[in-house]
Design a protein around this ligand. Sequence first.
Ligand SMILES: Cc1cc2nc3c(=O)[nH]c(=O)nc-3n(C[C@H](O)[C@H](O)[C@H](O)COP(=O)(O)OP(=O)(O)OC[C@H]3O[C@@H](n4cnc5c(N)ncnc54)[C@H](O)[C@@H]3O)c2cc1C
Length: 431
Amino acid sequence: MAEEKFSVIIIGAGPAGSTAAYLLALEGLDVLLIERGESPGCKNMYGGRMYSYALNRIIPGFWEEAPIERRVVTERVSFVTPERTATLNFQDAHWNKEPYHSFILLRAEFDAWLAGKAEEEGAILACGIRVDDVIKEGDRVIGVRAGDDEIFADVVIVADGGNSLITERAGLREKPQPAQVATGVKQIIELSQDLINQRFQIASDEGVANLFVGACTREVPGGGFLYTNKNSISLGLVVNMAAVQQMKYKIGELLEDFKSHPHIAPYIEGGQVMEYSAHLVPEAGYNMMPRLFDAGILVAGDAAGFVINLGYLVRGMDLAIASGEAAAKTILEARAKEDYSRQGLSIYQDHLKNNVVLRDLEMYRQAPHFLENSRLYQTYPHLVTSMLGEMFTVEGTKPEHIMGRALKQVKNAGVGITNLAKDAWKGGRSL
Ligand SMILES: Cc1cc2nc3c(=O)[nH]c(=O)nc-3n(C[C@H](O)[C@H](O)[C@H](O)COP(=O)(O)OP(=O)(O)OC[C@H]3O[C@@H](n4cnc5c(N)ncnc54)[C@H](O)[C@@H]3O)c2cc1C
């Protein structure tokens, strides 16, 4: 591939890169989409669900053709202690209708499908090639280097995911601090469709998304997740990297503990582990963004830190797709003016603001700091489950009104009303 020149080179065929490739190829540009995996998605892992609005804007009704596991009809958030689980279970009849709210997907199939859409429009997908660096002429990026090959383009989109070495090598960001990233581990546990439907009380195309906080991470900052696929369950944990470095045990041990929790074990009983994977999650959101553009280069998706984790929901796929869309629009405008300078590409920021990415990241910029509060993982799961335990246990002892029970539990938890009120205030304003 020596001495070739494209209009656009995109590094990484995840949702950010493939969306940009699809939209640019649709407009007739020469697009090279480079993926280090043997096929798109083969190395990619995530929890399990994609909010649909961003892709529906680009490929209306995409669920008709995309490889979907199930559409989410039930949302659950659970506080867990070793013996107890308090779960908020939420359903909305609107999510059963188009445009569906969110879908559970497996990445190997979904990423391959989306990259395939870009190929259908004429993008060249080159798999099994790892880009090592960008090539610069002065301050301007003019191409990429992969092994001995040098490939040139008017502009390069970096969409190589959360552990983006290319953004670091291009001088757009420093290596993230451990507190700014998390480690995710996940198992895909095979079970029959009938068993999943029975155990979760759902129909074959319906899915459950469940997030967990508390004992699932042995109370260190992080959380658990469970998503129902068609014939398997995705179960995993995300733990802050700074906490992982201080733990005396391995994150895999936490996952084994989580699997044997009395709330989880019955769901996965009899299941076979089909896949184990681990991945990095950029967690600091707005506070860890690199320079998003420079002469000849744009950064999209996780490489730009575009992930929102609020504890009760995780968004990365929708932001990756929306940022791929913003990158494509930016390049089309820059091309019309034949201006790929830093100034010419600066409209990227406006597109990111207008299409949810920067708007939402900015709105939740305090969330990562709030989620560092250890009481969320150590104190409140016990408080909530003890309170409910008292309310629902009848054993002939003298009962008490809810207020009396609540004050007693707050006192037992040693949190203090002032801290409780402060946390509620801060949580309400940051999440
Ligand atoms: C444990 C965990 C749970 C998550 N749960 C959810 C969830 O439920 N919902 C949600 O919306 N988001 C979730 N996310 C976040 C979501 O996975 C990401 O936001 C999303 O995958 C970002 O897409 P991307 O295209 O930017 O990057 P990626 O999906 O990481 O894709 C990057 C691509 O670049 C390729 N690549 C990397 N380096 C190179 C290189 N040098 N040369 C060539 N190719 C390269 C990779 O192989 C990969 O295909 C989760 C993440 C994790 C880790």
